[in-house]
Design a protein around this ligand. Structure first.
Ligand code: IPM
Ligand code: MG
Length: 354
């Protein structure tokens, strides 16, 4: 196959981890005989520094004209500490999601046997955890209008709004995922308080009628936050509002033992984007210590979801599992003798080629 991949490293540790993802890609190309073309684009603070726009048109065109996008991370402390900044790197990520129509963010949460004891949660609770959070990505609190400040500057507001159409398409997509798995779908909301959540319940119940074999249940988000830690093994697929999904998936990453392990796929109307969930981790930037596995696992998701190349995806996952089993990992996963970001990347690429 000929695969054209847009590479958007972004900020912080983005460039370092993306480099390891590309090594894995190239190794797969070599082993399975795929021709790969990589084209780089700017996004986030890196793009603001270059042209003042965190998601330049050029980058948008590049994404539109590619088969898939590999994305690193966005965010820079120089903007975090400046609430008055006119442009923010994160706007680049939101613009990318909106313009590419990436309405669904798929975040699988699984544990790796060799890492079970790295998790702060007790072994018997997390053994066999395998669930998936489908986070709505182009609506809700992140995008609701109006958003802003009152004239006197003393009040600020965000809006949480969803249309029937937006809820229907994400719940359907989540139901389709559930039907490939254990056929259980938990809709996470705050319907005891929020009007938007009550519409989510109504629409979800309608969608459920299209799936007679699907078992759908509803859970308040505060309860879900607790149950993800208390009984993580009981979930199959969860679907939820944008901000709820953002928060719950960071929480869920704790189960696996490190934030550096959770991959994701953002899918929708145009080209899909594959990205680790962990963010730009600016404290580690340039130090060659960040865990590249979430990115490498995102590459595996790209082969599986976008290209339907299952052997290729498995080859990556097997290599990742082996690196963990052999303790060839970065400092977040091991106390003594950690490997660097690039060493782990090289090791995994070599393993794929064995
Ligand atoms: C994520 C990140 C982003 C989000 C930030 C960087 C804007 O936390 O992808 O989860 O909130 O969506
Ligand atoms: Mg997040």
């Amino acid at each position: 196959m000929k695969l054209k991949i847009a590479v958007l490293p972004g900020d912080g540790i983005g460039p370092e981890i993306i480099e390891q993802g590309i090594k894995a890609c190239k190794a797969i190309g070599k082993r399975f005989n795929h021709e790969m073309e990589f084209n780089w684009g700017l996004v986030g603070a890196a793009a603001i520094d270059d042209c003042g726009n965190p998601f330049p048109d050029e980058t948008f065109e590049l994404c539109r004209n590619s088969d898939a996008v590999l994305f690193g991370a966005i965010g820079d402390p120089k903007y975090d500490n400046d609430p008055k900044a006119k442009v923010r790197p994160e706007q680049g990520l939101l613009a990318m999601r909106k313009k590419l129509g990436l309405y669904a963010n798929v975040r699988p949460v699984t544990t790796f046997p060799s890492l079970i004891d790295k998790s702060p949660i007790r072994r018997h609770l997390i053994e066999g955890v395998d669930f998936m959070v489908i986070r709505e990505l182009t609506g809700g609190l992140y995008f609701g209008k109006p958003q802003g400040r009152s004239e006197d500057g003393n009040t600020a507001y965000d809006s949480l709004s969803y249309s029937r159409y937006e809820i229907e398409r994400i719940v359907r997509l989540a139901a389709d995922f559930a039907m490939q798995r254990d056929k259980r779908l938990t809709v996470v909301d705050k319907a005891n308080v929020l009007a938007s959540s009550r519409l989510w319940r109504e629409v979800s119940a309608d969608v459920a009628k299209e799936y007679p074999k699907l078992k759908m249940d509803f859970m308040f988000v505060d309860n879900a936050a607790m149950q993800i830690i208390q009984f993580p093994a009981k979930f199959d697929v969860m679907v939820t509002e944008n901000l709820f999904g953002d928060i719950l998936t960071d929480e869920a990453s704790v189960i696996t033992g490190s934030m550096g392990l959770l991959p994701s796929a953002s899918i929708g109307k145009h080209t899909s984007v594959f990205e680790p969930i962990h963010g730009s981790y600016p404290q580690a930037k340039g130090k060659n210590i960040a865990n590249p596995l979430a990115t490498i696992l995102s590459v595996a998701m790209m082969f599986e979801y976008e290209f339907k190349l299952f052997d290729e995806a498995n080859a990556i996952r097997e290599a990742v599992k082996k690196s963990m089993a052999e303790n060839y990992v970065t400092e977040d996963l091991i106390a003594g003798n950690p490997r660097s970001t690039s060493e782990v990347g090289d090791w995994i690429a070599a393993e794929i080629l064995k």
